[in-house]
Ligand binder design. Structure first.
Ligand code: HPA
Length: 233
C-alpha cells in the first residue's frame, strides 16, 4: 500500500523526515550527506529519499511551495507512513531590520493567512506551534555547532506576490521575524495527527530592507541549517 502522492512502500520512510520545499534540494542532501540512500518517491518529481546519517535512519522529502502542496505531503507522511517527526528546512524573508541574510531562524510558532488552516478551525484563530522538545534540541545542537540562531514567531502566507501596501508593518510590530509559505499548516496538521513538527529557516532576503542573497551565499547558510536538522534527526 502507498499513498496518493507518495509511492513508497510502508516501512521505506524513516520516523523522522526533513522537508525542504525543493525536491532537488532533497536530492542534493541525500547525495551529499546520507549513505545507503534509496529514492522512494518520484511521483510528480517530488523526490523523497531515505538513507543513514551517523548511524541513524532519516528521510528527506520535497514538499513543493505553499501550504496547499505541503499539507498533502505532511498528511500522507504521518497518516500512511506513520512518520513521527517532520522538520521543515526552508528559506524565509526576514521582516525585522536587524536580521541579516543567512541567519538561521528557529520558528516557535506560525501565524498566517492560509485558508486551509482557517477552515480547520471554523475561522477562529489557532496558535500553530512547533514541538517544544524538537525546538529545544535544535537550539542546543546549534549552540554545540557554534551556529547562531534566532528564535521567534513567523508568518506563513499563501501569496508570494501581492500588491498590499505596507503589508508586513503590523506583523513586524508584533515581533514576527520571518515570512515563508509552509510552516503554519505543518504545525497544525502534525498536532492534529499526533506527530512532532519544527521549522528551521535560513534568511534568503529581508523584506524590510530589500536585501536579497546571491545563490552562493544562500547555499552556505542553507548548509548550516541542514547540519542542525541532520543532527536533530
Ligand atoms: N515571501 C514568502 N516566502 C518567502 C519569502 C517571501 O518574501 N522569502 C523567502 N520565502
Amino acid at each position: 500500500m502507498s499513498s496518493i502522492h507518495i509511492e513508497a512502500k510502508i516501512g521505506e520512510i524513516a520516523e523522522t523526515v526533513l522537508l525542504p520545499g525543493d525536491p532537488l534540494r532533497a536530492k542534493f542532501v541525500a547525495d551529499n550527506f546520507l549513505t545507503d540512500v534509496v529514492c522512494y518517491n518520484k511521483v510528480r518529481n517530488m523526490f523523497g529519499y531515505t538513507g543513514m546519517y551517523k548511524g541513524k535512519r532519516v528521510s528527506i522529502q520535497g514538499s513543493g511551495m505553499g501550504m496547499g502542496s505541503a499539507a498533502i505531503y505532511v498528511n500522507e507522511l504521518i497518516t500512511t507512513y506513520k512518520v513521527k517527526n517532520v522538520i521543515r528546512v526552508g528559506t524565509c524573508g526576514a521582516i525585522q531590520k536587524n536580521i541579516k541574510l543567512g541567519q538561521v531562524l528557529l520558528a516557535m510558532s506560525a501565524s498566517g493567512d492560509s485558508g486551509a488552516n482557517a477552515a480547520y478551525f471554523n475561522g477562529m484563530h489557532y496558535a500553530a506551534t512547533a514541538d517544544f522538545d524538537l525546538l529545544l534540541r535544535a537550539y542546543q545542537i546549534a549552540k554545540d555547532l557554534n551556529i547562531h540562531t534566532i528564535q521567534g514567531s513567523i508568518f506563513s502566507t499563501d501569496t508570494f506576490y501581492d500588491d498590499i501596501p505596507n503589508r508586513w508593518d503590523i506583523w513586524e510590530k508584533h515581533g514576527i521575524i520571518g515570512v515563508e509559505m509552509e510552516s503554519q499548516i505543518l504545525f497544525t496538521i502534525a498536532k492534529r495527527l499526533g506527530a512532532k513538527a519544527l521549522s528551521l529557516l535560513t534568511v534568503s532576503d529581508n523584506i524590510v530592507t530589500g536585501e536579497a542573497s546571491a545563490a552562493k551565499e544562500r547555499e552556505q547558510s542553507y548548509m548550516d541549517m541542514m547540519k542542525i536538522a541532520l543532527e536533530l534527526a
